[in-house]
Design a binder for this molecule. Structure first.
Ligand code: BJW
Ligand code: ZN
Length: 246
């Protein structure tokens, strides 16, 4: 596995005015949060495409809620790992730094990152299908099945983005702007197959940004990344900080 941190990479980061980091489930894997794809990522043999869509929710809301409750419980019990913490340190070292995350687990914020763009929502929030109000997770009541809105009695759903749904407009615009203007674009722990997030590394590459990938596996980004580090973000990102700080 290539885990060598080159002088070129550190030099690019030192000179960068603007850095964007796109993160996926892999960055939270070392905290103990399951990823989506691959054998270990599947929940009760369902793929994320089968669970994370509105039709599946309407067909079987109890099952989809069971999946989210299972995941929320894990997320509440785990801690940010050295990968999350390294990104919050990088934010302090680089003039403009943004984390663009596909994760809904809040771990970047808990690690201290301030400039976080959430592309796929947040599992700690819920939304009423009838009146659109946002309801925090602590107040949910599952005693009679699918939780209901305390204001209008409508069905509640997690405030996340499912397949076939639009991403939050402001978050998406911020992400595109960062990809279009950054000097270095980091792709961290994502299989980079879900759009439109998966288009961001390519947009950054086409405008001339230096592309750095960290992932134990090959992804579609590997083809055009300037540097592909084959390892875990929780191990490699702290080494980058160490080399950067010397
Ligand atoms: C480690 C590690 C360690 C492990 N260190 N690394 C063709 C072109 C363009 C678009 C489409 C298209 N066909 C279909 C579409 C649309 C669709 C799409 O992209 N489908 C693809 C599957 C093809 N996209 C959408 O529908 C999106 N909306 C949209 O496009 O709106 C416009 C539109 C509207 C109507 C019709 C058509 C278009 C919405 C996508 C929403 C995705 N939602 C989910 C669920 C979010 C809520 C939740 O969490 O429950 O988002 S699905 C799931 O996948 C989740 C993730 O954010 C997302 C990405 O997964 P991620 O993070 O990459 O995880 P994994 O598991 O795939 O990968 C983990 C990686 O980590 C692996 O590579 C490991 O090797 C690595 N790893 N340990 C570093 N320690
Ligand atoms: Zn309501």
């Amino acid at each position: 596995m290539d885990t060598h941190i080159s002088e070129e990479l550190i030099e690019k980061l030192r000179r960068a005015k603007s850095v964007a980091a796109l993160t996926g489930a892999g960055i939270s894997a070392e905290s103990g949060v399951p990823t989506f794809r691959g054998d270990e990522g599947l929940w009760k043999k369902f793929s994320p495409e089968e669970l994370a869509n509105f039709d599946a929710f309407m067909r079987n809301p109890d099952m989809v809620w069971e999946w989210y409750n299972y995941r929320r419980k894990i997320i509440e019990e785990v801690q940010p790992n050295p990968g999350h913490l390294a990104l919050s340190k990088l934010e302090e070292m680089i003039p403009s730094f943004v984390v663009i995350t596909q994760n809904v687990d809040n771990l970047h914020q808990r690690a201290g990152s301030k400039n976080v763009v959430e592309l796929h929502g947040n599992i700690l929030r819920n939304r009423c299908l009838s009146c659109g109000r946002i309801i925090e997770s602590e107040t949910l009541d599952f005693s009679e099945g699918v939780p209901r809105c305390p204001y209008c009695g409508g069905m509640l759903r997690p405030d996340v983005v499912w397949f076939g749904e639009m991403l939050p407009e402001e978050a998406l615009q911020k992400a595109y702007r960062a990809a279009e203007t950054c000097d270095v674009f980091m792709v961290l722990g994502t299989s980079a197959v879900v759009y439109p997030a998966a288009s961001l590394p390519e947009i950054a590459f086409r405008q001339g940004a230096f592309i750095v990938e960290i992932n134990p596996e090959v992804t579609p980004v590997t083809d055009f990344a300037h540097v592909s580090l084959r390892g875990k973000t929780g191990e490699i990102l702290p080494k980058i900080i160490e080399a950067f700080s010397k």
